[in-house]
Design a protein around this ligand. Structure first.
Ligand code: SF4
Length: 343
């Protein structure tokens, strides 16, 4: 049996695992999964202790996208029965931030469908973010599609902390899941956000028919990007999307993928993202051994675990919810420790 502590020790020394070691992680027999999780937890514990970061999403504009991303129920090639609406009014974006804070989310993610945002949409979102920052002690992430440098700068000036833009899969496999934009287009948006001084959230999706080598290439490409956080989505195949018939993931496959990302990104926030409930099922708590971050209250077009159930899961594990010291712009700075569920 592989000695996974060797891999954990390498990660703790910030040494890159070999490709062969990465494959060993993904191909771990299910009977050895607990040893793998224990090794990944050693790395997670060094850099994140037993804390868990919560985030909440707002789908601020839904459907009617002209792109053809095969995994997405909002794409031009999807017939999935989803809600379609234009950009929500600012007061709804602000209300969403209040709800996220009440759910103990450290970060609120405003997401819109579409290839790229219109300038008036950027202006509306920027205005809503300014109001949120005056009132709600929460970090703001925006996921708005492909951005140019000026749009990224406008968002930064409004108080946006972070941009989400996922690489999704390996560069070699990208054309299999999307033909309307390229992997390089995605990298360019990340560069513009970085140039504007924004933090970067970038991850991918497991289960789109990619091979082990693609998953490893994705994790290695993200090492070049050096994101501040990595969301790892697990495909929840929606009826009516091109990927609806993909081979279903197993909970074990999802856990091995999370362990791989933890070893290759020992110091980076690692989020169990979309598809968590559907794919991990009753093994969800185990995923918090490699990962340190989750979404609460659902995703863009699918429901998810309510915040209170997530709090309970974290409490049952003996972990704590992380709450950053986040004064609003109108308030005096204060510090807050990581708090448990009863704080
Ligand atoms: S660009 Fe975004 S909204 Fe449009 S199809 Fe791709 S993932 Fe879906």
């Amino acid at each position: 049996m592989t000695d996974f502590t060797i891999l954990a020790d390498k990660a703790l020394r910030d040494e890159l695992l070999t490709r062969e070691e990465c494959l060993t992680v993904l191909q771990t027999p299910d009977t050895n999964l607990l040893e793998l999780l224990q090794a990944a937890f050693k790395v997670r514990e060094r850099h994140f202790g037993k804390t868990v970061r919560l985030q909440m999403l707002l789908n601020a504009k839904s459907g009617a996208c002209q792109e053809d991303c095969g995994y997405c129920s909002q794409s031009s090639v999807s017939t999935a029965p989803i809600e379609r609406y234009g950009l929500l009014p600012q007061d709804q974006m602000i209300t969403g931030a209040r709800r996220a804070a009440a759910a103990k989310a450290q970060r609120y993610c405003i997401v819109i469908s579409g290839r790229s945002p219109l300038d008036r949409e950027i202006a509306d979102i920027a205005s809503a973010v300014r109001s949120i920052k005056q009132e709600v002690p929460i970090q703001i992430c925006c996921s708005l599609g492909l951005l140019n440098e000026r749009q990224a700068k406008d968002l930064k000036a409004a108080g946006v902390d972070r941009i989400n833009h996922n690489l999704n899969t390996s560069e070699a496999y990208h054309a299999e899941i999307c033909s309307t934009h390229t992997f390089q287009d995605r990298l360019a948006t990340i560069r513009h956000a970085r140039t504007a001084g924004l933090e970067i959230c970038s991850g991918g999706i497991v289960g789109m028919g990619e091979g082990d080598e693609d998953l490893i290439d994705l994790a290695l490409a993200l090492r070049e990007v050096k994101p501040d956080s990595i969301p790892l989505n697990m495909l929840h195949p929606a009826s009516g999307t091109p990927l609806e018939h993909c081979t279903p993931l197993t909970p074990q496959r999802c856990l091995k993928a999370l362990c791989l990302f933890r070893f290759l990104h020992p110091r980076t926030e690692l989020r169990i993202a979309g598809g968590r409930e559907h794919n991990l099922r009753s093994l969800q708590p185990l995923a918090l051994y490699p990962a340190d971050s989750v979404f609460v209250n659902g995703y863009l077009t699918t429901p998810g675990q309510p915040a209170a159930e997530v709090w309970r899961m974290i409490e049952d594990l003996g972990f704590d919810i992380q709450v950053d010291a986040l004064p609003t712009q109108g308030a005096t700075p204060a510090t807050a420790p990581a708090v448990g569920l009863h704080s």
